[in-house]
Write a protein that binds this ligand. Structure first.
Ligand code: FUB
Length: 370
């Protein structure tokens, strides 16, 4: 949601009132637009952070975040994912935020992983995730290689906040962006990933990168939408145990979502969590700016679309994680409250609630509609 959109919805509301004969409000054309009232405040203001992947490790919350940089965007990239390379997002390292609980003071950890220490990576370190297994922490991250192809790398540390040491090569068979690693109750781990347009999913049909592939979604509106990718990880967490496959997102009739279904189809920002034995796959719809979710009975899907988690925030992107801490559920997300610039974001958190039937209550990131 942009300020422009806020003003627009107020104008529409005013028109509606007039049409209903609610009586004219005193016109004041010069009155400044009301300031947005945010549901939550940025977790930190000393550094721009985005793409928060939150985990509870050793009883504390660790949030693995992109570190947005103030290098200006090329003008063509102000609408960052509209048939673009996402070149406004030039991140070169990561930030970790830690806290005793989501409402406690936040510690900012730097020196987590820098692109200079990743032999294969050339630019654009985008949304990361992390996992813990057998005494080691694993940081998963996408970056472009020297050929301009997004790959997914892994780095390891004995400490949850790093510093992490990157493997010399990306994960074999990896492509596109936004890795999210989910460790199931039986100890098996799965990576979900993928992102359209700047995230290059459409340039990797069959898992092979085509530098001349389309910049945006090439499919007709009535064709099946691109789907997120899923692959089991090896026991050592360092490589895929199998070739990635599509995780299908279907509608209530079991039909895969279509490319033209902009309010529901997958765009980027995969996340997986489990609630009452069901697999909740959540993601961003990109240009319609929703965080939504779909539920299934297997980590591979299919996942049936269920609804919206978060309405549009200020700024083009948002990206989230859902985590349980001491019996309560939390949504970490990002907007642009501090900068009002889409490529300079700040991480936030708010509590998430389920209905008795297991559906998630939709969250409005603004208070103005209440
Ligand atoms: O932060 C860069 C990209 O923006 C992420 O990889 C996407 O999920 C979006 O948040």
């Amino acid at each position: 949601m942009t300020r422009h959109a806020n003003r627009l919805s107020l104008a529409i509301a005013a028109l509606g009132m007039a049409a209903l004969g609610a009586g004219p409000a005193p016109a004041n054309q010069d009155a400044p637009a009301p300031k947005p009232r945010y549901l939550s405040q940025p977790l930190v203001t000393s550094v721009y952070t985005a793409d928060p992947s939150a985990h509870v490790f050793g009883g504390k919350i660790y949030v693995y975040a992109s570190h947005d940089t103030e290098e200006g965007p090329p003008l063509a990239d102000v609408e960052p994912f509209k048939n673009s390379e996402g070149g406004a997002f030039k991140m070169r390292d990561y930030v970790v935020l830690s806290m005793a609980n989501p409402q406690a003071p936040v510690q900012v950890h730097r020196n987590v992983l820098d692109i200079a220490d990743v032999p294969w990576a050339a630019r654009q370190m985008w949304a990361p995730d992390a996992a813990y297994r057998n005494g080691a922490y694993y940081l998963y991250f996408p970056a472009k290689d020297r050929a301009g192809a997004f790959r997914i790398g892994v780095a390891t540390s004995k400490q949850p906040a790093g510093p992490f040491k990157a493997r010399p090569e990306p994960i074999k068979g990896s492509f596109s962006i936004d890795p999210a690693v989910f460790v199931d109750d039986d100890g098996k781990s799965y990576m979900y990933f993928g992102g359209l347009s700047g995230g290059q999913l459409q340039k990797n049909v069959g898992g092979v990168y085509d530098p001349n592939g389309p910049g945006g979604d090439p499919r007709a509106k009535d064709e099946q939408a691109f789907m997120p990718q899923v692959a089991k990880l090896r026991g050592d967490m360092l490589e895929f145990a199998e070739k990635p496959r599509e995780a299908l997102i279907v509608d209530e009739k079991g039909k895969p979502l279509l490319s033209g279904d902009g309010d529901r189809r997958f765009f980027e920002a995969s996340w997986m969590h489990k609630y009452r034995g069901k697999y909740y796959f959540s993601y961003s719809t990109g240009g319609s700016h929703f965080l939504v979710y779909a539920v299934g009975s297997s980590p591979y899907g299919p996942f049936t679309y269920k609804g919206k988690i978060l309405l549009p925030v200020q700024g083009w992107t948002t990206h989230h994680s859902i985590v349980k801490d001491k019996g309560r559920w939390w949504l970490f997300y990002a907007d642009t409250q501090l900068s009002d610039k889409t490529w300079l974001r700040n991480v936030k958190v708010t509590e998430l609630f389920y209905n008795p039937d297991g559906t998630i209550r939709t969250i409005d990131p603004f208070l103005h509609r209440k």
